[in-house]
Design a protein. Structure first.
Length: 369
């Protein structure tokens, strides 16, 4: 596919904005559209898209950051495990600085705990091979995008007899969270900008129940013009009284998704209830390792307990993840909570709404503060 020129991109953006304005005038009411992907939040904020939209079109950020939605109890369990010295904890980088009740994984590492940042679950497996006789626990977080890789690693570890590799699972399914948000009190959502990365795996059909409940969904790419076209598509559906699932990201997302990846998921995980920061326990919103793979499950094999714990005092990440609160409406934002001194995961992760707002909204001051 040829790379579009800057001129053609401007022309595309102008056409989409014209469509947006026309539909917004027809609606004659305030419309709230939620994106549920942290990469979309970055694109929207970096591109100044909110400022380009008519006054009655509002974009709000939802639970699209996998690190941010990971429950406080899971963070605390991971920190306890690392601090105990009983295992080597392997994790993606964004998890290191998330504050737990008794500190973060980064602080545990500074105190001597064995915590290792990895870029993939396969790197965690290699760490286990280099540390024979010592348990290596991989913190498996993320949506359907990263869960298939965890599934492949679990099967390989089983088949290779890698007996010191374990998974502490917290993978999530995004659609049940979207359904929960449509029924949440105090949150008005008229439509969803659906996540492109997740949709590569799950396809379009899983969004049908959301659309059937009156919230149209458009799977979107990550360029600013992609987001503008998705907004135009959503507003046109709303103006015409339609609620459907549409695919703006056709160049990457097939309607059927990736059946091979879903087969890997089904072979390793079963659908289970998931615990979400800010949203609580949502039925069928998580993945749990199947019983026959319990030898690789850190909960079963190592006795790691993940119990619900309250969110940190003063941190309002939970409300931000629901779209009920803008990041800068949290009293801690930009003062007690900054990227250097984060008080919650939404300020830690590069896909977290608070961190994104701090960098791009003009409300955060010096980005290194």
């Amino acid at each position: 596919m040829p790379i579009p020129s800057q001129t053609s991109l401007r022309e595309q953006a102008a056409r989409y904005l014209d469509r947006i304005r026309k539909s917004a005038e027809q609606l004659d009411r305030t419309v709230s559209l939620m994106e549920v992907c942290g990469t979309h939040t970055v694109a929207i904020s970096r591109g100044g898209i909110r400022e380009l939209l008519p006054g009655n079109v509002r974009l709000i950020s939802g639970p699209g950051c996998p690190v941010c939605v990971t429950a406080q109890g899971f963070i605390d369990a991971a920190v306890r495990l690392a601090a105990s010295g009983e295992a080597f904890v392997a994790t993606y980088g964004d998890m290191l600085r998330v504050p737990g009740t008794s500190g973060s994984l980064e602080q545990a590492k500074a105190a001597g705990a064995s915590v290792h940042m990895v870029y993939s679950v396969l790197e965690a497996m290699e760490l286990a091979r280099r540390q024979p006789g010592r348990p290596v626990v991989f913190l498996a977080v993320g949506f359907e995008t990263t869960a298939p890789a965890t599934a492949v690693a679990v099967r390989e570890a089983r088949d290779q007899g890698l007996d010191n590799f374990f998974v502490l699972d917290a993978h999530k399914r995004i659609v049940p969270a979207m359904e929960t948000l449509t029924a949440a009190a105090g949150v008005s959502i008229d439509g969803f900008i659906a996540p492109g990365h997740v949709s590569v795996i799950i396809g379009l059909d899983p969004y049908e129940p959301v659309a059937a409940a009156g919230r149209p969904c458009v799977v979107a790419g990550f360029e600013p013009v992609d987001v503008l076209e998705a907004v135009a598509m959503l507003l046109e559906m709303l103006a015409e009284g339609r609620s459907e699932v549409a695919n703006q990201y056709r160049r990457t997302v097939p309607s059927e998704g990736n059946p091979t990846a879903r087969a890997q998921l089904g072979a390793v995980f079963e659908v289970a209830a998931g615990e979400w920061r800010g949203l609580g326990t949502i039925p069928e919103s998580g993945f749990a390792l199947r019983e026959e793979l319990s030898r690789l499950n850190a909960r079963a094999a190592l006795g790691v307990e993940v119990t619900p714990t309250p969110e940190l005092p003063g941190c309002r990440c939970g409300e931000v993840l629901q779209g009920a609160l803008e990041p800068w409406e949290c009293p801690l934002f930009g003062h007690d909570c900054t990227p250097v001194r984060p008080q919650g995961p939404c300020m830690v992760s590069r896909e977290g709404s608070c961190g994104i707002a701090y960098r791009f909204s003009g409300r955060g001051g010096d980005c290194c503060g």
